[in-house]
Design a protein around this ligand. Structure first.
Ligand SMILES: *[C@@H]1O[C@H](CO)[C@@H](O)[C@H](O)[C@H]1NC(C)=O
Ligand SMILES: *[C@@H]1O[C@H](CO)[C@@H](O)[C@H](O)[C@H]1NC(C)=O
Length: 589
């Protein structure tokens, strides 16, 4: 009898050790998670760090912070990851694919060798009011409403209501964040009740990736898209060609990539592009190609004779970085080639907007090319700035005609800020009903105000906050690269469109973080982009009135989320700061 008692006691003891894996709990005090030792007999009240970080902060742990109501129960219950049912009837193929991704994501978080059968089943129902929307545009309503309830039998019921797939996908993303891994109990848990209404503040939330300065593998592009989806970004701006290389395989002009790719393997085949655009669409992301011209061309065009100043030296006379190259815009054959490329891109990318680049044209290159100067002289033009602007505009008009011809309509065109977008020229050359201007100069550039006053819609990529390649060594000289210093996530977060555009903020479609890849390749894309691009994601989704300080703890949690999804996101602080919320910043909240 006494032996049995001892056995029973030790059994209970072992069970308790097994039940909780750590002596630490995080208690929610004044909306902050405080690390506390678990008292004997209080094991069932112990809260894991992930759980605490979800329910304790005033804004909850969601990233980006929802813009509508967020109500979460403090009571978390275990779910059974093997019993997730998603009812997405009449919502279309995209929704079933997104549902599959959701299940895979949850499955990937199930702790190893743990019996989850005591968790509750999860039943998700998705409703769409516009079931046929399968393409993201600047007008797409990305809102959603998410409700979590428990039914009488203990089943967890989730309802996601949205106008269309692009909203409900965000809803699934939020649901994924509501399900946390409780490492004290080795379980996945969810608040027993939740009610979230949400929609983004800005319609264009992008990342630019340059795959021409250095080639970026298809896998890394996909990983980038995964991280974008996790942060509710929606536009992958693909700077796919430049003067350095031409990895884009054009169906009608295959010789361009044959001559212009770094190697036969460093190309994006039609199959690669098809795969990437579909991969993106299921994750709520549009893939928009940029065909940058008339500068930023070179490799690949050797046999055509349409590029002048190719690798001209000294390069700084003819372009902004080596190798130089600019289209000979006087040649009629060039426009046939462009028409072919635009047509190929239209078929492959199927987008509502198109990027024509248009940055950093150097007039010296054209001015030093005899045939171009003669052609201009025959037209009765001189050789002044104004004349070369006319020449550039001649190119733009012809290129625009060919683009519209292939798209069959006046697709909105995005162009970088340049000499052509200056106040004194823009209205004449780039009318506001056709062009959207992407700003890359600094936030205090007076051109921004001019563009807003001129009624232009703009996208912000001001390099002082959104060029994520800044702050490394120089590569055409010693010292640091041109746009140093490194931009911290805090600056990215605080780059509010309203700060830059003031009362004209309604003309800002959104922002885009740019990763130019002179000093980046597949091995370093993740850590340059992440988690910093996710800071911009919240600024655009939430349009917060608060600064990075209020967002810090949640951001550390989101960075963990990205790492869990296999993204090599940079560490921002010692893990101690994540576990001891708000103890690290110098000026505490
Ligand atoms: C969610 O919250 C909204 C606003 O408070 C409320 O109208 C709605 O009834 C709530 N839904 C549920 C299912 O609790
Ligand atoms: C082009 O070259 C001519 C001859 O050297 C020079 O007079 C003219 O100023 C140049 N134009 C521009 C825009 O630099």
């Amino acid at each position: 009898m006494r032996n049995l008692f001892v056995i029973l006691l030790s059994f209970i003891w072992v069970q308790q050790i097994r039940a909780l894996t750590s002596p630490w709990s995080w208690d929610c005090k004044n909306e902050r998670c405080v690390k506390t030792e678990i008292k004997q007999g209080q094991e069932d009240k112990a809260i894991s760090l992930e759980a605490c970080e979800l329910i304790c902060p005033k804004e909850t742990g969601l990233w980006p912070k929802p813009t509508g109501i967020v109500k979460l129960s403090n009571f978390l219950v275990p779910i059974n990851p093997n019993q997730i049912e998603i009812n997405s009837k009449r919502t279309g193929i995209l929704t079933s694919q997104a549902a599959k991704l959701f299940k895979e994501d949850i499955a990937s978080r199930v702790p190893t060798a743990r019996d989850s059968s005591n968790g509750r089943p999860l039943s998700i129902t998705i409703f769409h009011t516009e079931p046929d929307v399968d393409k993201l545009t600047l007008e797409t309503d990305e809102s959603y409403h998410l409700v979590v309830k428990s039914d009488m039998g203990g089943k967890i019921e989730v309802t996601i209501t949205s106008p269309n797939f692009f909203g409900s996908r965000h809803g699934l993303e939020t649901l994924g964040q509501l399900i946390i891994y409780d490492d004290l109990r080795n379980q996945l848990r969810i608040p027993i009740e939740a009610n979230v209404t949400d929609k983004p503040a800005f319609p264009y939330r992008g990342i630019l990736l340059d795959t021409a300065r250095n080639y970026i593998s298809v896998d890394v592009i996909k990983r980038t898209l995964n991280a974008m989806a996790a942060s509710k970004l929606n536009t992958f701006h693909w700077h796919i060609t430049d003067s350095h290389s031409f990895p884009y395989v054009s169906k009608s002009r295959p010789e361009l990539s044959q001559y212009g790719a770094y190697s036969p393997n460093k190309v994006y085949s039609q199959k690669d592009i098809e795969e990437i655009t579909e991969f993106a669409r299921v994750r709520g992301v549009r893939v928009m190609p940029e065909f940058d011209a008339p500068a930023h061309v070179g490799e690949g065009w050797q046999k055509t004779g349409y590029v002048v100043c190719l690798n001209a030296q000294p390069w700084s006379t003819f372009c902004v970085e080596p190798p130089c190259g600019q289209f000979d815009v006087t040649q009629d054959g060039l426009y046939d080639a462009l028409e072919d490329i635009y047509g190929d891109m239209k078929d492959q990318f199927d987008v509502d907007i198109f990027h024509m680049g248009g940055d950093e044209v150097k007039f010296t290159c054209w001015n030093e090319t005899k045939s171009i100067v003669e052609w201009m002289s025959k037209k009765g033009w001189g050789r002044t700035e104004e004349d070369f602007l006319k020449l550039w505009n001649y190119f733009q008009q012809n290129a625009e005609d060919r683009l519209y011809k292939k798209f069959g309509k006046k697709v909105p065109i995005i162009m970088w800020t340049s000499g052509l977008t200056k106040k004194e020229h823009i209205a004449k050359y780039l009318p506001k009903d056709k062009y959207i201007i992407q700003i890359w100069t600094t936030e205090n550039d007076p051109q921004i105000q001019d563009l807003l006053d001129g009624g232009y819609k703009v996208i912000l990529s001001n390099y002082d906050a959104l060029y994520l390649d800044c702050g490394f060594s120089g590569w055409v000289t010693d010292g640091n690269n041109w746009c140093s210093p490194y931009i911290g996530w805090q600056k990215v977060y605080d780059n509010h469109p309203r700060k830059i555009a003031g009362s004209q903020v309604n003309q800002v479609l959104g922002s885009e973080a740019a990763l130019w890849t002179e000093q980046v390749d597949s091995s370093s894309v993740d850590s340059r982009l992440w988690p910093r691009a996710a800071a911009m994601a919240e600024t655009l989704w939430t349009n917060p009135t608060t600064s990075w300080r209020e967002a810090e703890s949640r951001f550390l949690v989101h960075r963990q989320r990205l790492v869990r999804k296999g993204i090599g996101a940079d560490a921002l602080e010692p893990e101690w700061c994540l576990q001891n919320e708000n103890e690290c910043p110098i000026k505490k909240l």
